[in-house]
Design a binder for this molecule. Sequence first.
Ligand SMILES: NC(=O)c1ccc[n+]([C@@H]2O[C@H](COP(=O)([O-])OP(=O)(O)OC[C@H]3O[C@@H](n4cnc5c(N)ncnc54)[C@H](O)[C@@H]3O)[C@@H](O)[C@H]2O)c1
Length: 90
Amino acid sequence: MVITGGGGALGSAFARGFADNGASLAILDFNFDKAKATATSFLAEKVKAIAVAADVSKDDQVAQAVAEVVKHFGTIDVLVKRGRRANLST
Ligand SMILES: NC(=O)c1ccc[n+]([C@@H]2O[C@H](COP(=O)([O-])OP(=O)(O)OC[C@H]3O[C@@H](n4cnc5c(N)ncnc54)[C@H](O)[C@@H]3O)[C@@H](O)[C@H]2O)c1
């Protein structure tokens, strides 16, 4: 699953809920340090997680992020939008 704004307060909370139910996480944020910190905390618990840097207001960055997540996990089953203007559509 992809969580935009995943490095933030609500994004991290959503990530926790989904991880507790077995989800693999793509933590997407335009602040890559925050995304990385969140993803790393889940990796420490053996949850499959990656950090993805993208500004969801930029179509090219969203497309690149989708490609990166699909390459890593094979598909995107769930999208949680906590960042602004998310345009993810797969
Ligand atoms: N926290 C609350 O109780 C609450 C309640 C209602 C609504 N909201 C709204 O929900 C949203 C998230 O709240 P939060 O508390 O998690 O905020 P937050 O600031 O903790 O997290 C937002 C995250 O989104 C990222 N982000 C912002 N714009 C982005 C963009 N264009 N592309 C990618 N990442 C982007 C930021 O880097 C940050 O990590 C905000 O819009 C907030 O106004 C929050």
